[in-house]
Design a protein around this ligand. Structure first.
Ligand SMILES: Nc1ncnc2c1ncn2[C@@H]1O[C@H](COP(=O)(O)OP(=O)(O)O)[C@@H](O)[C@H]1O
Ligand SMILES: [Mg+2]
Length: 313
């Protein structure tokens, strides 16, 4: 029994050892083939990714070339736009200058003739010529201002003055205009004695525009009211009328260049203007660091225009 054990035990051990060897060899073979397969899979994935990256790169190149081409084109058209704008401004100021001179002479000679003409009828014709040249003159003045604004040359000549004067200087002319149109013009309060540091000529022009508009857009028998008030930081001016009013969607838009309210139906009134007055007024008030605006309860219900200017002393 012991002999059997002595012979067989090493044999069994030997066989078991060989078995382990075979199994381990088989498993390492399987392992390496699995690794190879994984390697191949990841290699092909990497290749796929590389193809995708290469495609994306080509697309990026194409896009950036396109972008570069577009930006060159844009730069060119910006340049063109700039020079076109310069041309427009030069053209405007040339026309304005060349119209103003003959207009002054037409007006001057017509006035001279009025004095020398004995005939009533001829005198009336000449007066019509003078009135028309005045109307053209106002348009030319607005266009001059517009050209200066566009060229950034609308300069304020500031000085200290009595704020009440901007109204006092124009009240007589506005009263005559209102009377002619059958509109009641009332001045409730002025800021006499309150000193301002600003451009008196330009601020008077703003008030004149607001008052002329109020008289123009107010039917016969209705009222225009001017109020100037002292406030903590400066003066406030209100021009209130009981005229045709403004649609709520347009109370801001009317301050834009060449904008005339579309909801107002009166064609005749529209033709009397160019939609420039309020845009010029806006620039003047901005140059004084003030504010300008309009409110209206609606069409047919009148409007109030206002501006505020700090004392600036
Ligand atoms: N007091 C007002 N009442 C009603 N609408 C007004 C009044 N003032 C101005 N507007 C509107 O604002 C527009 C722009 O005014 P403005 O710039 O002075 O130009 P214009 O008087 O030449 O038409 C006017 O055409 C009118 O539609
Ligand atoms: Mg006007």
């Amino acid at each position: 029994m012991e002999l059997v054990a002595v012979i067989f035990l090493p044999m069994v051990l030997l066989m078991a050892g060989a078995g382990v060897l075979v199994v381990s060899q088989v498993s390492s073979f399987m392992q390496s083939s699995f690794m190879n397969q994984r390697q191949r899979v990841s290699n092909s994935m990497i290749q796929q990714y590389m193809v995708q990256i290469a495609m994306a790169q080509t697309q990026i190149y194409a896009r950036s070339a396109e972008l570069e081409r577009l930006s060159r084109k844009l730069a060119l058209s910006n340049q063109e736009l700039g020079s076109l704008n310069d041309m427009k401004t030069k053209f405007l100021s040339m026309v304005v200058h060349d119209v103003r001179t003959p207009l002054a002479s037409i007006r001057g000679f017509s006035e001279l003739l009025i004095k020398k003409t004995p005939g009533e009828r001829e005198a009336q014709y000449l007066k019509n010529i003078v009135a028309s040249t005045d109307q053209l003159g106002r348009l030319i003045a607005d266009l001059t201002d517009l050209a200066m604004i566009e060229a950034g040359k609308l300069k304020m000549e500031k000085a200290i003055f009595d704020s009440g004067e901007i109204a006092r200087d124009i009240i007589p002319a506005i009263s005559i205009n209102a009377q002619k149109r059958g509109v009641d013009f009332v001045v409730t309060e002025l800021t006499d004695g309150m000193m301002l540091n600003g451009d008196k000529f330009r601020l008077t022009q703003v008030l004149m525009n607001l008052l002329n508009n109020a008289v123009k857009f107010t039917p016969q028998g209705h009222k225009v009211e001017l109020t100037m008030r002292r406030e903590a930081r400066g003066i406030a001016v209100f021009v209130k009328d009981s005229g045709i009013g403004i649609h709520p969607s347009e109370t801001k838009k009317i301050f834009g260049k060449f904008y005339q309210a579309r909801h107002q139906k009166d064609e005749k009134l529209r033709k009397q203007g160019w939609g420039l007055g309020l845009s010029i007024a806006t620039e003047i008030i901005r140059a004084h660091k003030g504010e300008i605006g309009a409110t209206s309860p609606g069409l047919g219900k009148g409007s109030t225009f206002f501006f505020r200017v700090p004392y600036g002393l």
